[in-house]
Design a protein around this ligand. Structure first.
Ligand code: URA
Length: 423
């Protein structure tokens, strides 16, 4: 894995306040100006306060497609990139803009590796109400997500899949800028989100990428129009950089599957890898995998049903420090002190399971983090959640809550009652 080091530069050669002011007035910046700004920021020559002002100018003025591509390229080149060996198979990945109960990566990565593609999946942690793949993986005892690019290369040669976090040397400009945006009110900018997501994905040196762009109460993008704009922006950058990018828009109005919470979601992902699990989860996995794997839906279904994908997941767990024998015991390994069934008070057909309310309740149970430095509790959350369209009798289970304390359990129960509506 060769690295692309950061270009040596010279923020000094550029007058940063002028650059910020030009962006503030809506001027288009050149690629080299953007490249120099990002290099200077990565090296510490451009301070956080100037970068924050620049991010706010971008937030209000936006960027042209050429500027977004230049920003993405500069952030990608701020650290090391994957450099796959000659003759490698197709290198593919999926990125989701994040949702509630979204455990698709845990299934899709080993599944697509079974088709012969390589999947070097660099994922993130949960922040706010949306969960993160790394937290879910770490609920498997021993699972190590801190993998160097050299070890990732060796693992891909052996297994065709690695699931890891962003290292210090992988898109460091994004790491710094994302933390800054988080505290300066500049996260929800389509230009900045595009560059942040695509720089990390393109640093994987992909041939094909599928984007799962969520919209709705449990997603970053609240409306379909915003999700479409984000998808178009990410596709444009991918095309400009020679990568085949597909985007699939998916509503996130109800949670994905029936489980929300770290180990609870791994358990549900295992069910899907064993040819079961909720129908909506299996469908979205196959919808997304089909875009990048280069095989038919039937073949993907076969790989889920005949145990191939499950066996690849076991190999992945073993390669990254876990013990596959722990997987069937996750419910015992992470048993919350309080587990309660919430039952329907009357009969009816479910018309809403509000993803935002369930995500917020899972966060408050301890499954997520309010700020980046918080830890997560692997045991807590929800499972056996009802789905929209299901008909329940009075007394039938709407979900189970897994909580650390009785107070948190009561809080979560109130949220479930608010989230689930009957027609
Ligand atoms: N995920 C990222 O990696 N970056 C963003 O800006 C938003 C979501």
């Amino acid at each position: 894995m060769a690295g692309k080091g950061i270009c040596s530069f010279t923020a000094a050669a550029m007058h940063i306040p002028t650059l910020i002011a030009r962006k503030r007035e809506g001027e288009q910046l050149s690629s080299s100006e953007i490249q120099n700004l990002i290099s200077g920021y990565t090296l510490g020559e451009v301070p956080d306060y100037q970068m924050a002002a620049f991010a706010m100018a971008v937030y209000f003025q936006g960027m042209t497609p050429a500027e977004v591509a230049a920003l993405t390229r500069a952030m990608m080149a701020s650290g090391d990139c994957f450099s796959h060996r000659p003759g490698h198979p197709a290198v593919v990945d999926k990125h989701s803009t994040g949702g509630i109960g979204d455990k698709v990566s845990l299934i899709l990565a080993p599944l697509v590796a079974c088709t012969g593609c390589w999947v070097p999946m660099v994922s993130g942690r949960g922040l706010g109400i949306t969960g993160g793949t790394l937290d879910k993986l770490e609920s498997i005892p021993g699972f190590n997500v801190n993998v160097s690019l050299a070890d990732a290369a060796a693992q891909m040669d052996k297994l065709g899949v690695v699931m890891m976090g962003q290292t210090e040397r992988f898109c460091p400009a994004d790491k710094k800028l994302y933390a800054l945006r988080d505290v300066t009110g500049t996260v929800p900018s389509i230009a900045l989100i595009t560059a942040s997501i695509m720089s990390k994905k393109l640093a994987e040196s992909l041939d094909r990428l599928v984007l799962d762009v969520k919209f709705g109460s449990g997603a970053f993008m609240q409306t379909k129009a915003d999700a479409e704009a984000l998808a178009a922006s990410m596709i444009a950058v991918g095309q400009e950089m020679g990568v085949e990018v597909h985007a699939v828009l998916n509503p996130m109005s109800e949670p994905q599957g029936r489980a929300v919470g770290n180990s609870l979601e791994v358990i549900e992902a295992l069910a899907c890898l064993e040819s079961g699990g909720p129908a909506d989860l299996r469908k979205i996995v196959i919808d997304l995998a089909e875009k990048i794997a280069g095989v038919s839906r039937e073949e993907l279904e076969r790989l889920l049903d005949d145990g191939s994908a499950r066996s690849r997941f076991d190999q992945l767990v073993a390669a990254q420090g876990g013990n596959p024998a722990d997987l069937p015991n996750l419910a015992k390994i992470h048993q919350a002190p309080y587990i309660r069934e919430v039952c329907a008070g009357h009969a009816g057909t479910v018309s809403q399971v509000h993803a935002g309310f369930i995500g917020q309740a899972a966060l408050e149970l301890g499954a997520g983090r309010a700020k980046a430095s918080d830890g997560v509790d692997f045991a807590v959350g929800f499972d056996q959640l009802v789905k929209v369209g299901e008909t329940l009798e009075a007394g039938q289970t709407m979900c189970r809550i897994h909580a650390r304390t009785l107070e948190e359990l009561e809080m979560a129960q109130a949220s479930v009652i608010r989230a689930v509506l009957f027609s």
